[in-house]
Design a protein around this ligand. Structure first.
Ligand SMILES: *Cc1c(COP(=O)(O)O)cnc(C)c1O
Length: 222
């Protein structure tokens, strides 16, 4: 158990050289391990489950930037709206509206990333290219003044096939570039969240500026 300090130092310095934000994914890991990484200077942490995040957050320093990286159900937004820093996995107007509503209650503007489905694997989550374009240009979007869409997020196939993974990251980067000129009151894409423990170097080569890394830092999850 415990964190891998050497791996953290290496990955952290690699990411900072490349101007990439490192999100340390702490799901299923104890508060003591998060505190240990915090004590080494890490401030961005990612969690996948609302209940787990809500339990951990008050036990840890208030200046941690909490990233919600899992699939967020509309009825749970209210539990994290007062403190969440960035919500990565948004893929519907319905969820954007709920985040907007809960953010307004706390007088906040909550930053979000839209999740794009790039992997070959079947999953219910994430937008395809045309759904993304539709959502970004949706007439109801400008009224949502308590959210800001600041970028895109995606996950490549869980595969050893480096060329497959690379091509999936390329496809997300192409969508990101396609919409980069969009600039409305609450939508301007600057953050591209792609890359995990197994593929973050490829992701950075393909243009990622935010990686979400868990097992390399905290050890494998059971
Ligand atoms: C768990 C998770 C990660 C981190 O995965 P590792 O392979 O442990 O680095 C990154 N992104 C998302 C969306 C996750 O669910």
């Amino acid at each position: 158990m415990g964190i891998n300090k050497t791996a953290y130092q290496e990955i952290q310095s690699f990411c900072s050289q490349k101007h990439v934000t490192l999100v340390a994914v702490s799901k299923t890991k104890p508060v003591a391990d998060i505190q240990a990484l915090y004590d080494m200077g890490q401030r961005d942490f990612g969690e996948n489950y609302v209940q787990e995040l809500v339990e951990k957050q008050p036990q840890l320093p208030a200046d941690i930037r909490w990233h919600f990286i899992g699939h967020l159900q509309s009825n749970k937004v209210k539990y994290i709206a007062s403190f969440v820093h960035l919500i990565h996995g948004v893929d519907s107007l319905k969820l954007l509206k709920e985040i907007n509503k809960q953010a307004a209650k706390h007088n906040r503007v909550i930053h979000v990333l839209l999740q794009v489905h790039i992997a070959k694997e079947e999953t219910k989550f994430g937008l395809d290219g045309s759904e993304l374009a539709e959502l970004l240009n949706h007439p109801e979007l400008p009224a949502l003044q308590n959210i800001r869409i600041i970028g895109l997020m995606g996950m490549a196939s869980f595969s050893d096939d480096e060329e497959l993974v690379r091509s999936e990251f390329k496809s997300l980067k192409a969508l990101f570039d396609e919409h980069a000129s969009l600039s409305t009151i609450n939508c301007q894409l600057s953050t591209l969240s792609m890359g995990m423990s197994g593929d973050y170097q490829i992701a950075i080569e393909e243009g990622s500026n935010m990686v979400r890394i868990g097992s390399l830092l905290f050890g494998a999850r059971i």
